[in-house]
Design a protein around this ligand. Sequence first.
Ligand SMILES: [Zn+2]
Length: 273
Amino acid sequence: MVIFSNLQVDHFERNVLHIQWEVSMDNEDVGEYSYGVYRSESQANGFELVSGLAEDARKFIDGSVNTFKIGRTYFYKIIATRIDNTTLKVESDPGWVGSDPDCIALDIVRRERLLLRQYLKVKCYVLTARTTGARCPNCWNPVRKRISRSNCTVCQGTGFAKGFYTMEPTYFKFNPSPKMLRASGMGPLEKGETNAWTSNFPILKSNDYIIEVGNGNIWRVKSMVTSEKSRYIIRQMVAVKAEEKGSELYDIKLPSVWIEPWECNEITGVPTE
Ligand SMILES: [Zn+2]
């Protein structure tokens, strides 16, 4: 099998990202696979091929990015596909700028995830909004370069044809302690707003949405701040605004089965089934 490790993404110059990784093989030959670098705005899904790779490639320079777009994060994966059976794929873990944690950061993340999942227990889904791709055919005005009507049912107001990436389960704590709020420096709240925090997956940005499983509340992310350890995000604090009643987003169907986020075995030491 192909094993990818140490995927690293660096930003050395404007609108260029450098991706590097390591490969080791286990009982197979590198030539039995084809390789590609894939990119998404979601850590979890929606990865699309950026470029094929030579089998000895350990580096790729992506010049087709806009690194100055505020809030946008590019996530990369290297995927190997068996040439004789293209359904067999091996994927690297996702990498992004600032994605290499030290062991202290990992331990903080592990403890906070345990707290969120075992004790606070507020199940939510995150809808990561697209900021790239084909524009919405229903509401996007290509001449004025902006959304020409509100409450678009095709893109849910994102202005992009596909709207959101596949929703991801996660846990949040709403109404964090005043101490955490002061430390985060988040501004005062308006009517219909609240604060919440979560771990570092998925990474949030303004105009993403959070859907609470228990009560169906939908929140739009207005702003966010992160706590970081050696550039690695360990916690995200968000100011969220309740989505207006009557929004199309309330018609979105949630998955019928809850899948625990964050790989159980890393958190509790209990092996996953
Ligand atoms: Zn639209």
